[in-house]
Design a protein around this ligand. Structure first.
Ligand code: ARG
Length: 588
């Protein structure tokens, strides 16, 4: 049990003893570390319902705690904060429990959930660009955090391969290449094996077609018709669609692999197509869906809305299915096929309204049972130095693979400047630069509260100093090399002893917070708690290492304990970084 949980139980039962709810006993790290290690604010919270001054309550509570052997000091600060400090023996025992536990004291949740993490959201005909980066980084991190806690995690990119954009592409290709075999009506012809279009072609065609549809109503109509035909299984359109999907997916998978991001399933919007017809029928029968101007809609506005929430469009008047329709049917499939308990939609804040509509329609239509939790995990934008969404100098969209190259190059320069990995073989230097570059990018993102915007500052992000990914990677490498050096001298880590110097105590206290940090990051869907803790931990470690000269220490028990502490710290930091999707090189 972690120190915080242990104290929470003690203080909670003291509250219970005086007839108050034990949840008032919750303990957190002290906001004034010079006064105490931990604090409980429950007396203030309880005062109103108990009808007693907080100071009185606190006095009663600490009266019941003072004889407790694990507590070194307990007193009241201000109007009724309960300040707590544990004995050094208690701290050592807690650290040794972490040290000897593969899970570093992190609990496995009592009731593991099946969590679908829907993130990245690549689309057909579009190479991934910086706009997909945050969704990918944040989604990947949340999936990793949930996984560490023992949830059953299913990562799904929800590939955008079914809506109107497909009709736009097909109609435009037909305009350009009327002689291609894909456009004939009727029975399946024979279609080429190879895709007639590359992703680069599609990237040029798509924006052109989208603009054309805005200008030219007859083209827009043809695009809508093509969408309907594709969705109805037109053989030629289907064959062409497969090609377009294939070339897009191939490039996206390559980008994901560069980012070190994996998925458990690769489902697209199109995969739920067969569910849509029956779902729409049911929604109509139950009166949840209705006809309006030739379209089928679900009214999702509610009386207490303080802004207008437009109806969800289930079927366009052309008969085509839309983004919302596939999202709704995807919920059904996640419930029935995947047995999901929780779905996290890691999608930028601009789609908030879309998810409000989809989630409400899913409840109204009985598609999402009460027990299913649906959450939109929104986030802000990654901006350039001008405070506007990050673009190329020429104002274009930056391809993800180009951004990865940029950050890799920047990382390599930094390694050179810092004279790191200087005499390693070239392939190892390359691999290290790649890891450092990704660490810079991921940490630079995840250290922020996800709903805030931030500025992509490659200079700052790739620095080995400050709150950066490379700094933490370096710290983790250094811990590893201390342990290797010790092992080479025949020194073995041992059980963790009570701390001597304050720097050692400080490190132990920070380490002891790991379980709560992970739980909190999961609960708030907030990887920045992991990133922050990793940074504080590295700082505490440096102070400890300055003060405690491990390798030259002559007291054997002490030295072994210090090595045990380094081991625990190294494992914790690696785990934290892995939850951010950051790899640590063997050496650098
Ligand atoms: N493909 C979508 C887009 O580019 C993102 C998909 C997000 N996930 C979802 N279930 N809607 O905007």
């Amino acid at each position: 049990m972690s120190v915080v949980t242990h104290l929470g139980h003690l203080v909670g039962s003291a509250f219970a003893d005086i007839g108050l709810d034990p949840s008032f006993g919750a303990v957190v790290p002290s906001q004034r570390p010079e006064l105490a290690q931990f604090q409980c604010n429950g007396a203030l919270a309880a005062a109103k319902s108990a009808g007693r001054p907080p100071h009185d309550i606190a006095t009663d509570v600490i009266g019941r705690l003072s004889a407790e052997p694990t507590i070194g000091k307990v007193d009241i600060a201000g109007p009724g904060f309960i300040n707590l400090t544990v004995t050094d023996d208690t701290l050592a025992a807690a650290l040794e429990a972490m040290h000897s536990d593969d899970r570093l004291g992190i609990p496995v949740v009592d009731d593991p959930l099946t969590v679908v993490v829907d993130y990245a959201g690549p689309n057909v005909a579009k190479a991934m660009h910086v706009g997909h980066l945050r969704a990918t980084i944040i989604g990947d991190s949340l999936a990793r955090i949930m996984d560490v806690l023992g949830h059953r995690v299913i990562r799904d990119p929800h590939f955008g391969d079914w809506g109107f954009q497909m009709g736009l592409l097909i109609a435009e290709l037909e305009d350009r290449h009327p002689d291609w075999p894909y456009f004939e009506d009727g029975a399946a012809g024979s279609y080429p094996e190879e895709s007639p279009v590359t992703l680069d072609d599609l990237q040029e065609i798509y924006p052109h077609a989208a603009e054309k549809a805005r200008q030219d109503e007859s083209f827009a109509t043809r695009a809508r018709e093509a969408t309907v035909q594709l969705q109805a299984g037109h053989p030629g359109h289907t064959a062409l669609w497969r090609h377009m999907k294939g070339v897009s997916e191939q490039s996206q998978r390559a980008d994901f692999s560069e980012l070190g991001v994996e998925f458990d399933v690769w489902y697209g919007e199109s995969d739920v197509h067969d569910r849509i017809g029956p779902m729409v029928d049911r929604l109509l029968e139950s009166g949840v869906a209705e006809e309006s101007e030739g379209a089928l809609i679900v009214r999702v506005a509610s009386e207490d809305d303080n802004r207008e929430v437009p109806p969800l469009i289930l079927t366009a008047s052309s008969g085509g299915y839309l983004y919302s329709t596939t999202d709704l049917a995807t919920i059904e499939s996640r419930v029935r096929d995947l047995d999901a308990d929780l779905v996290l939609y890691v999608v930028d804040n601009r789609q908030t309204d879309h998810f409000v509509q989809v989630f409400r329609a899913a409840r109204l239509g009985g598609i999402a049972p009460e027990s299913l939790r649906l959450e939109h995990i929104g986030f802000g934008t990654m901006n350039g130095g001008d405070g506007k969404p990050f673009r190329t100098r020429a104002g274009g969209v930056v391809r993800l693979s180009d951004l990865i190259d940029m950050v890799r190059t920047a990382a390599k320069e930094r390694l050179d400047d810092a004279e790191l990995a200087a005499d390693y073989p070239e392939h190892e230097r390359e691999a290290i630069s790649a890891m450092v570059g990704l660490a810079a990018l991921k940490f630079g993102d995840l250290i922020n509260n996800r709903s805030s915007d931030y500025i992509l500052d490659l200079d700052r992000f790739t620095s080995f100093e400050g709150k950066t990914g490379p700094y933490l990677q370096y710290a983790a490498v250094r811990m590893g090399s201390i342990l290797r050096r010790a092992a080479a001298e025949g020194l073995v880590p041992g059980a963790i002893e009570p701390p001597g110097p304050d720097a050692e105590r400080g490190l132990m206290l920070e380490l002891a917070m790991l379980p709560e940090v992970v739980l909190r990051a999961a609960e708030l869907r907030a990887p920045n708690h992991i990133a922050d803790h990793a940074f504080t931990l590295a700082g505490r470690f440096n102070r400890f290492y300055d003060v405690c000269h491990i390798l030259s220490e002559t007291d054997e028990t002490r030295r072994a304990s210090w090595l045990g502490l380094v081991e625990t710290c190294a494992a914790s930091l690696r785990l934290l970084l892995s939850m951010l999707g950051i790899e640590v090189p063997e050496r650098m």
